[in-house]
Design a protein around this ligand. Structure first.
Ligand code: SAM
Length: 239
């Protein structure tokens, strides 16, 4: 796992043997399950280390590890095969993690993987963000809501911000179009009770393209009508 070791070190998070063992199990399970179900297009050894594991861990540049270790409540929305939430949980076992995923097979894989990795305080929820954001026991309950490769910013903010408590924040991992996307989403952020705090460029060893971390603070409660019913945030994005 040379690429993972190097990438994590560059991020300031040196890995222990126990972490490497967990990532090895993660890799093996991902590849095995991917033969039966389409979980991800990236399954080669180097690609998984950089594009999935290190890229997920790069969230730690914007999300303080100390905060996660104090038992922070984190939700990863549209987590797919567990990115970025599960690599972060492997590094920060004290955090309380919810993995939210709309596709049943992916949720099944995650249930299996969580047991295989022996992780505690992880729950997998098979449901859509638009539904979870309207549940009283989930709405405005999380310190952090994370997402990678789920939707364009205005739609994504309607998924994430209703779940975040006032004083918490949403963190989106984005590609090269991030600066323009963020600009276009400022109105949506305001409507949903958010304020863009940070747009941070991240260059990872072994990856040609620049990645971005976008942090949006939750500064006011989200109006009750958001998120709208399933499908609407994508069909009619705010702004
Ligand atoms: N975050 C993972 C990653 O970066 O590898 C998965 C990205 S995949 C392109 C997008 C995932 O988001 C899919 O697994 C899809 O089922 C899920 N998704 C899309 N819209 C969703 C919604 N409204 N609620 C919950 N999950 C959603």
């Amino acid at each position: 796992m040379e690429r993972l070791i190097r990438g994590a070190r560059d991020l300031g998070v040196p890995l222990q043997q126990e972490h490497l063992d967990s990532f090895r199990v993660y890799f093996d399970e991902l590849v095995a399950w991917n033969r039966r179900f389409n979980l991800t297009a990236i399954t080669d050894y180097d690609g998984v280390q950089v594009r999935h594991f290190v890229d997920s861990l790069s969230c730690l540049l914007a999300l303080p590890r100390a905060g996660l270790q104090a038992g922070a409540r984190v939700i990863d929305v549209g987590t797919g095969a567990g990115f970025p939430g599960l690599p972060l949980k492997i590094l920060c076992p004290e955090m309380r993690l919810t993995l939210l995923e709309a596709t049943g097979k992916k949720a099944q894989f995650l249930e299996h993987l969580v047991v295989r990795l022996g992780l505690r305080d992880v729950e997998v929820i098979h449901c859509r963000a638009e539904e979870l954001g309207q549940r009283v026991d989930r709405r405005e309950r999380y310190d952090w809501a994370l997402a990678r490769a789920v939707a364009e910013m205005p739609t994504l903010l309607e998924y994430l911000l209703p779940l975040v408590r006032v004083g918490g924040a949403a963190l989106a991992q984005k590609g090269e179009g991030a600066p323009a996307e963020v600009h276009a989403a400022e109105m949506a952020a305001r409507v949903l009770g958010g304020r863009v705090r940070k747009l941070m460029a991240v260059d990872l060893h072994g990856l040609a393209e620049t990645r971005y971390l976008v942090v949006v603070d939750k500064v006011a409660p989200t109006p009750e009508k958001y998120p709208r019913r399933p499908g609407m945030p994508a069909k009619r994005p705010l702004g």
